[in-house]
Structures are given as structure tokens and as C-alpha cells.
Design a protein around this ligand. Structure first.
Ligand SMILES: Cc1cc2nc3c(=O)[nH]c(=O)nc-3n(C[C@H](O)[C@H](O)[C@H](O)COP(=O)(O)OP(=O)(O)OC[C@H]3O[C@@H](n4cnc5c(N)ncnc54)[C@H](O)[C@@H]3O)c2cc1C
Length: 382
């Protein structure tokens, strides 16, 4: 019996949702992937199409235009993309933005933004990182100054996922530079026809080639005071911290699905490829490597499933979520490296999924809080 990596939390309804996601990924995303990698983004139509068939904001309540499901629905869509090495749509960053609105937004903000995000009309991005501040977010320099009924935003952000296509950006800014963490707030910027807002380069990365990661510039960008997330100044850090388990579980889900996809692709390849008159799969080294890969992947699956279930139950703590991000992203790097080795020279060719997965895996240890920061967070709970 083949090794069973199926998530523990699946049910019939989720299986149907998975079929929809798989069909979308296979028929609408995969055929355009090579072109998207050359362009550096997937294009807005794909987002609208994903929204149309209910794949976006699937865990946002129906009252605000979402699918009315829970994180398992989000995980299913993320898995179907990751296992095929498709990284062009960061539906997870989009969902993270939606959750800021859901968990911290005013009713007016939820009504204004969530239905359009669920339809894929607005692509969401969250802009924290700046050229001079990443891990140490207290060091950000972007300012949002209150002037009458508006905020005026000045500053620049970099490495922003979905930045090129974003219709709505959550901008982390200082509203009171003297107040430390309590002086940080999140402002909502609608990018269309927004004076002073400019998207810089779509950045040239070693992986995630089809995913737009951009610089964003804010030059006297003026937004209504009603665009302060949650309506109260100084809540930015609290809002960022509260949603960390959600973000980090996403990284774990993507990591384990990529490991599963890499394992399956490698198994198929070594059964086909011959050397010294027999399939590569028959060498003892190949069997032992695949046994190790399968074991690591199964352990990762079990840990991720545990976190998904706890997240759905509302009991996932930040330390455990940081553990899943730390461990699965490390294992993803190692497993895919071992898989690539079994492809020989073909594993180094970009036309092979395993090569792209290898480059894509590297970022998992860096974004969402670096793995060093994960260890800091975990060590605070010792
Ligand atoms: C493809 C991609 C997508 C991204 N998407 C987004 C996005 O959508 N939105 C967004 O805001 N940001 C995004 N980022 C930014 C990402 O979150 C940051 O790059 C990351 O948090 C690290 O920050 P930094 O690059 O400034 O590195 P630094 O903070 O400068 O870190 C450099 C090194 O120092 C280490 N270090 C720092 N502090 C400590 C410490 N206290 N103890 C031990 N080691 C430490 C780090 O672990 C790292 O190894 C993205 C980045 C990339 C590359």
C-alpha cells in the first residue's frame, strides 16, 4: 500500500472543494505558468477567476462575501498549488490581509474591502518590510500623519508579495514616532488612481518567479481617517502579533504539500530513469533516500495537521505556530535538495518542477519571520 499523506482533517465537503481547486490549478494556472514566470506575475484575470469559483477568502464568513468555510479550505487551495510547484498566486498573503480586516477592521472596512477581495477584484498585500527594517519592525520609518479627516503617508516598502497587482495594501506605519510599539498603526491604501502611490520594480528573485514581489512608494499618499485599521491609532503591533499563528501555519501547509509533490515526482522519475541497466529506483541508496524523505514528510504532515486542527479550534499558540514554520521550512529545503539529487543533471534544469521547487523552497526560511526569529519566539515560551 502506498504511503498515505492525506490530511487528517479532510471530509466530503472539503474533498469536493479540493476537486474544484485542483481543476482550477491544472487547467487555468498550470498552462500559463511558464509565461507568468517570464512576466513576473500571474495577471489579474487569474485572481478574478479564482474569486469567481470561490477559491479566495474561503474562510471569511458569507456575510462579508467569503466562502463561509474555515482554515482547512484555505489549506486545500494552498496545497493544490504547492504540490505542483505553482507559486504565482499568493492566495495566502491575500487571505492574511482579509484576516486583518476580519479580526481588526471596523464594520465599514469589512463591508468595503472583504467582498471585493473574495471576488478577486482587489488583490491584497501587506507592507511591513522596508529597505532598512525587516526582522526589527520597530525600526520602520514610514509615517502616517493625521491631518484633519485624513492620514498622509510617506515612506517606502520592499519585498511586498502581490505588490504589483495589489488593489488594497495594508501599510504598517508610525503614527507616533516617539511612542515605540504603541506608535505603530496599519493604514488601508486602495491603490487604483491613488495619487502619490507608486509600484517600483517587480523584484528579480532566485525563485517564486511567477509571484510578484515589489517595491512600493508612498509620497504624500492621502487616505481618509476611516482607513485606519480598526479605527484606533497605535494598535498596529497588537494587530500584527495577533495573526501570526494563521500566517505561520500557512507556511507549514505550503511546505508539507511541496514535500509531498517533490516526493511523488521523484518516485515517478527514478522508476523511469535507467542507469547500469536498471531503474535508478532499484539502487539501495535511492530506496533509502526515498524512505527517509517519506518519513520526514509524514512527520511534517502529522505536525502540520495538528496545527491546522488547533488553528481551526482557535487554540493554536504562537510558539507552536512558530515551531511548525521553523521545522517544516527547514525540512522542505532538505527534502527537496535530496529529491533533486535523485534527478541527476535534469534536477538542475528549470524545465523540471524539482529545480523550481528547490529555488522556491529557500524563501520559506526567510519570510513570515526568519527562522532565527522563530527560535527567538519559541525560546520566550521555554
Ligand atoms: C519573496 C519575499 C516575499 C516577502 N513578502 C513580504 C510581504 O508580503 N510583506 C512584508 O512586509 N515583507 C515581506 N518580505 C520580507 C521578509 O519578511 C523579510 O525579508 C524578513 O522578515 C527578514 O527581514 P530582512 O530581509 O530585513 O532581514 P534582516 O532583518 O536584516 O535579517 C538579516 C539576518 O539577521 C538575522 N537576524 C535579525 N534579527 C535577529 C535576531 N534578533 N536574532 C538572530 N538573528 C537575527 C535574520 O534572521 C537574518 O538571518 C518578503 C521577502 C521576500 C524575499
Amino acid at each position: 500500500m502506498p504511503i498515505d499523506f492525506r490530511p487528517s482533517w479532510m471530509n466530503e465537503e472539503l474533498a469536493m472543494f479540493r476537486e474544484t481547486a485542483a481543476r482550477f490549478v491544472e487547467t487555468e494556472m498550470l498552462p500559463d505558468d511558464e509565461a507568468a514566470r517570464k512576466r513576473g506575475h500571474v495577471g489579474h484575470d487569474l485572481w478574478r477567476r479564482a474569486g469567481e469559483i470561490g477559491l479566495l477568502c474561503s474562510d471569511i464568513p458569507e456575510a462579508w462575501g467569503g466562502g463561509g468555510g474555515d482554515f482547512r479550505h484555505e489549506a486545500v487551495f494552498c496545497e493544490e498549488m504547492s504540490r505542483r510547484g505553482l507559486t504565482g498566486m499568493s492566495a495566502s498573503a491575500h487571505s492574511i490581509v482579509a484576516h486583518y480586516f476580519l479580526n481588526h477592521g471596523t464594520e465599514d472596512q469589512k463591508q468595503r474591502f472583504l467582498p471585493r477581495m473574495a471576488r478577486g477584484e482587489l488583490v491584497g498585500a501587506i507592507a511591513m518590510t522596508e529597505p532598512g527594517a525587516g526582522s526589527d519592525l520597530q525600526g520602520i520609518r514610514t509615517r502616517a500623519e493625521r491631518r484633519g479627516d485624513s492620514y498622509v503617508i510617506n515612506g517606502s516598502k520592499t519585498f511586498i508579495t502581490n505588490g504589483f497587482l495589489a488593489g488594497v495594501v495594508l501599510v504598517v506605519a508610525k503614527t507616533d514616532a516617539a511612542a515605540g510599539a504603541r506608535g505603530t498603526s496599519i493604514l488601508v491604501v486602495e491603490t487604483q488612481d491613488c495619487a502619490g502611490y507608486r509600484v517600483g520594480r517587480v523584484l528579480d528573485k532566485i525563485g517564486l518567479k511567477a509571484q510578484d514581489t515589489s517595491e512600493l512608494f508612498f509620497d504624500d499618499v492621502t487616505v481618509p481617517a476611516a482607513n485606519l485599521l480598526g479605527g484606533r491609532e497605535g494598535q498596529g503591533f497588537y494587530q500584527l502579533m495577533a495573526d501570526l499563528p494563521y500566517e505561520r501555519t500557512f507556511i507549514g501547509v505550503g511546505a508539507v504539500a511541496a514535500m509531498e509533490g517533490a516526493y511523488e515526482a521523484t518516485l515517478a522519475y527514478v522508476r523511469e530513469r535507467k542507469a547500469f541497466g536498471k531503474p535508478v529506483a532499484e539502487f539501495q541508496n535511492t530506496k533509502f533516500k526515498l524512505a527517509e524523505i517519506a518519513t520526514t514528510t509524514k512527520v511534517a504532515r502529522t505536525f502540520v495537521d495538528h496545527c491546522v486542527e488547533r488553528l481551526v479550534a482557535g487554540t493554536l499558540d504562537t510558539a507552536t505556530a512558530s515551531m511548525v514554520k521553523l521545522w517544516t521550512s527547514d525540512q522542505q529545503g532538505q527534502v527537496i535538495d535530496e529529491c533533486l539529487q535523485l534527478f541527476g543533471g535534469y534536477g538542475y534544469m528549470n524545465e523540471y518542477m524539482i529545480a523550481r521547487m528547490y529555488a522556491d523552497a529557500r524563501i520559506q526560511r526567510i519570510y513570515g519571520g526568519t527562522n532565527e526569529i522563530m527560535k527567538e519566539v519559541i525560546s520566550r515560551a521555554l
